[in-house]
Write a protein that binds this ligand. Structure first.
Ligand code: NAD
Length: 236
């Protein structure tokens, strides 16, 4: 399988895993020259470009989208329209209009669209999923999920403080994938109603609590972002 990669931060990590699984990473791109230089070292057999559109013309079976969190949908539509399978890591779209366009592209394309959500496969989520499927714990009526980082205030602001970077410009509620996806996977339900609050109105970008009504009638409470005092630097 011939694979291309767009975005070479997380994308470089995913490219390495593509190769470990026997896929051929033949092309990659990033608009940042430092990221391209790092990729040239680690992906020596791949052609590395600045502009993702070059990959549309490449002989690819699939593409991994690991570009900015809120910019995946237009690229996904373009690759699907070329018959190239898409794996999007890890936000599908930024609004309803993009979601409708993406669904339409997936339906008219012979290629497949995949949404990469690794937290669904974490051992603790799989364990709970099996317990729910085996009816060990009955119907899920109240379920909670956390995705929290206990980083220092300086580290948090260097990660999410730049409004020119996607981590600094997306809505604080947007990175809910790693909390909500496991809940949807283990219940098999969909959200029907969402209420969200910043944890601290004097620092509203750092952490969010969401209360989500599920289609089966139960309720989910999720917390994600950056809070001090968690037992680990990365808590799920
Ligand atoms: N599942 C996970 O655990 C996990 C972890 C980290 C990141 N991610 C996801 O991976 C994606 C990338 O995150 P990251 O941490 O690598 O971000 P990043 O900002 O470090 O890297 C993104 C890279 O994409 C490049 N890029 C953006 N738009 C481009 C374009 N149009 N053409 C060429 N290059 C482009 C940028 O120059 C940058 O180097 C995000 O969607 C993020 O949510 C997922």
């Amino acid at each position: 399988m011939r694979v291309g990669v767009v975005g070479l931060g997380m994308g470089l990590y995913l490219a390495t895993w593509c190769r470990r699984l026997g896929m051929e990473v033949v092309a990659a791109c990033d608009r940042d020259p430092a990221r391209r230089a790092a990729a040239a070292v680690h992906l020596s057999s791949a052609a590395v470009f600045e502009d993702w559109r070059v990959l549309l013309e490449y002989d690819l079976d699939g593409v991994v989208l690991a570009n900015d969190f809120d910019e995946h949908a237009p690229l996904a539509v373009a690759f699907l329209d070329r018959g190239i399978h898409v794996l999007s890591e890890s936000a599908a779209c930024a609004d309803e209009r993009q979601a409708i366009a993406l669904l339409a592209a997936e339906r008219r394309s012979a290629a497949t669209y995949s949404f990469a959500e690794n937290y669904v496969f974490h051992p603790h989520v799989q364990l709970l999923r099996k317990a729910v499927e085996a009816r060990e714990i009955g119907r899920v009526t109240l379920v909670e999920a956390d995705y929290l980082h206990a980083m220092s205030p300086d580290d948090v602001s260097s990660l999410i403080g730049d409004p020119n970077h996607w981590r600094g410009r997306i809505e604080p509620t947007a990175y809910c994938t790693h909390t909500l996806s496991p809940i949807l996977a283990l219940t098999g339900e969909l959200p029907t109603e969402v209420t969200a609050f910043p944890v601290d109105t004097t620092d509203s970008r750092s952490a969010v609590v969401m209360v989500v009504r599920l289609s089966g009638g139960g309720l989910a409470v999720t917390r994600h972002g950056f809070l001090q005092g968690e037992p680990d630097s990365h808590w799920s």
